[in-house]
Structures are given as C-alpha cells and as structure tokens.
Write a protein that binds this ligand. Structure first.
Ligand code: ADP
Ligand code: PLP
Length: 307
C-alpha cells in the first residue's frame, strides 16, 4: 500500500557494526518505512568488543530533540520503537514522548524491546515497563528474550503452558502482541533448536477476546551474535504491519530473515577467522547490507506452528 508509514526509533548508534538503530534502520527502510532515528547512545562499537568509547544522550537532550520535531509539527508517527535504555530518567522521558505521540495519533503502535543496561538499571526499567504496560497502551507489542521475560513477569518458564499463561497476563497488562524470541524450553527437534513463542490478542465480534498462539523451532548457530534482538524487533514491526492479524505469517517472515542473515554472517565470520578459530566480535557483525534481497523477500525456511 502507498501510505507513508513513519517510525520513530530511539536506540543506540554505533560507528562500526550493527546494534540498535544501525540494526533496525536499514531493514525498515528496505521494507518501505520512513525511519526517524534518535540515537540514545553513540558508541564506537557494541559493548562486546574489548574496547568501546562514546557518548550517552541524556533525558534532557532527548527532550530537546523531540521539542524540535514538535515545534515543526512533524511529530506524527505510526510506530515508535525503543531498545537499549541505560537509565530511568531517559526511559521516563521516552514515556512522556510516547504519551504525546499517542495524543497526536491514537492508533500509534509502540514496539518495545526492553534491552537493559546493568542489573540495577534493569530492575527500575522493569518497574517502569510494568507501569506503562498497565496504564498506557492498547497498541503495543513486546519482544522479549528469556531473561527479560522472567524479569518482567517475575516468573521462570518451565513449560510451554507456563509461558502462554504468562503471555496472557501480559496481554491483560496491555500488549496485543507478545513474542518471546528465545526460551530454554526443549525443542521436539532436539537440542540444536531453540524454541520461540508468540501470542497475539484477537478481539471477537462479540467483544470477548482470545489469542492466536504460535510456536517456532529455530536452528541454533554456535556463536554469540549481537544486534540480533534489535533486528528481530524491527522485522517484527515491519511484518506485523503487513500481516496485522496473522502472527504466524509475520513471525515466519521475521524468523526466516533472521535465519538468512545469521547464516550469511556465520559463513563469512568463519571464513575470516580461518580453520579451527573462533570468530571475533568484529568478524561476527551482522551481514546486513549483503542480506538486502532476503530482507525484502525472504524465502520461508522456518514454519510457525499454530497451537
Ligand atoms: P537477544 O539478542 O536480545 O538476547 P535473542 O537471544 O532472543 O535476543 O535472539 C533474538 C533472535 O535472534 C532469536 O529469536 C533468533 O532468531 C536469532 N538468534 C540469536 N542468536 C542466535 C543463534 N546463536 N543461533 C540462531 N539464531 C539466533
Ligand atoms: N546496544 C548496544 C550499545 C549494545 O552494546 C548492545 C549489546 O551489546 C545492544 C544494544 C543489544 O544488542 P542485542 O540486539 O543483541 O540485544
């Protein structure tokens, strides 16, 4: 469709490599979205390298940037996407901005990827998330890995049933779509697979609600990738936009793109590292630009099972 879809993305910037905005902007643009980015930090590279340097945007500086946008009356967004946030005051400012954007566009969708800094910051971020889950959003989507899922819900997931019960609780708190991108649940295909789960609230004509629940078995690659969570959140935003009532289709496309990018990345990284050597963080940077065709039109290689 021809309508301009505009995303405000508040995430990290890195000079070298792909995390945060660097991981989200390219795929969103390739998929036709206008992306307005605010860099919550500007670092030389991600924090998994031996060295990293850079600056952090303060809550006040974030507000100044938003004020500029607002003064020009261009603060109209369809989506807001947030990731890595270091401190509570920054996150509180993000919440204020979301509230304003929501006034300007009541159907604004908030895509929340609660990556968090150190342990102390994590707890307060979780508390804040709880507050805004409950109070603010009907149009809201969240991506979680197992650690953040446990932190946010205060529960450890031992079975698939547990996970879906907790996802139902999350729906009651606000988010219509919840995707758990990694769990420690055993896969039916063996230990070379990781299980991801998704749940999307569906309101029936009589006003009652149910949910579409899906499960995916993702082949594991033996390496640590960084920026994959951020890429996942951006792709999920894009594909749920194109398939708003079909979480199965949206997740199959999202996870299939992930698979293509990760395959390309590990093949290249192993080649660079040489036989028997483990690739370095620099060698493991996502092969983003090289994956343009897969991002645009992914071959579906991972199917989601509707439960
Ligand atoms: P985070 O990076 O925030 O911890 P996850 O670990 O859940 O997030 O990873 C997000 C997604 O990235 C996974 O659902 C999967 O699609 C992909 N991914 C990340 N690491 C791997 C890996 N080692 N092998 C295969 N897929 C991976
Ligand atoms: N932002 C910065 C600056 C980081 O250093 C990292 C991880 O090291 C991330 C974001 C998160 O990346 P991921 O998508 O792998 O969770």
């Amino acid at each position: 469709n021809q309508c301009v879809c505009r995303v405000l993305s508040i995430q990290s910037h890195v000079v070298r490599g792909y995390v945060g905005n660097k991981s989200a902007t390219f795929p969103l643009q390739v998929l036709g979205f206008e992306v307005d980015s605010i860099n919550s930090v500007q670092f030389s590279n991600h924090t998994g390298y031996a060295h990293w340097k850079g600056q952090v945007l303060t809550a006040e500086e974030l507000n100044v940037l938003y004020e500029g946008i607002k003064l020009n009356k261009v603060n109209h967004y369809d989506y807001i996407l947030t990731g890595y946030s270091r401190d509570t005051s920054f996150l509180e400012m993000v919440v204020d901005i979301i509230q304003e954007l929501k006034k300007a566009n009541p159907s604004l969708v908030y895509v929340c990827d609660p990556v968090m800094g150190d342990q102390g910051a994590m707890v307060s971020t979780i508390q804040l998330l709880r507050i805004y889950c409950i109070n603010l959003y009907s149009h809201y989507m969240v991506r979680l890995d197992s650690t953040h899922f446990s932190l946010l819900t205060g529960r450890k997931i031992n079975t698939e049933d547990d996970a879906f019960k907790v996802m139902d609780l999350l729906h009651k708190m606000g988010p219509e779509t919840v995707v758990l991108t990694s769990t420690d649940l055993p896969s039916k295909h063996g230990d070379q697979f990781l299980v991801a789960l998704g749940s999307q609230k569906i309101v029936k004509p009589d006003g009652t609600s149910t949910s579409q629940k899906i499960c995916m078995d993702i082949p594991k690659v033996d390496a640590v990738f960084v920026g994959t969570g951020d890429l996942f959140a951006a792709l999920l935003l894009a594909w749920t936009h194109h398939h708003p009532k079909d979480l199965k289709a949206a997740c199959e496309k999202t996870v299939s793109v992930m698979h293509h990018v990760i395959k390309r990345t590990i093949t290249y990284a192993n080649e660079m590292a040489g036989p028997g050597k483990r690739p370095s963080p620099a060698q493991l940077e996502l092969r983003m630009v090289q994956s343009k065709a897969d991002i645009e039109n992914p071959a579906i290689v991972i199917e989601a099972k509707v439960l």
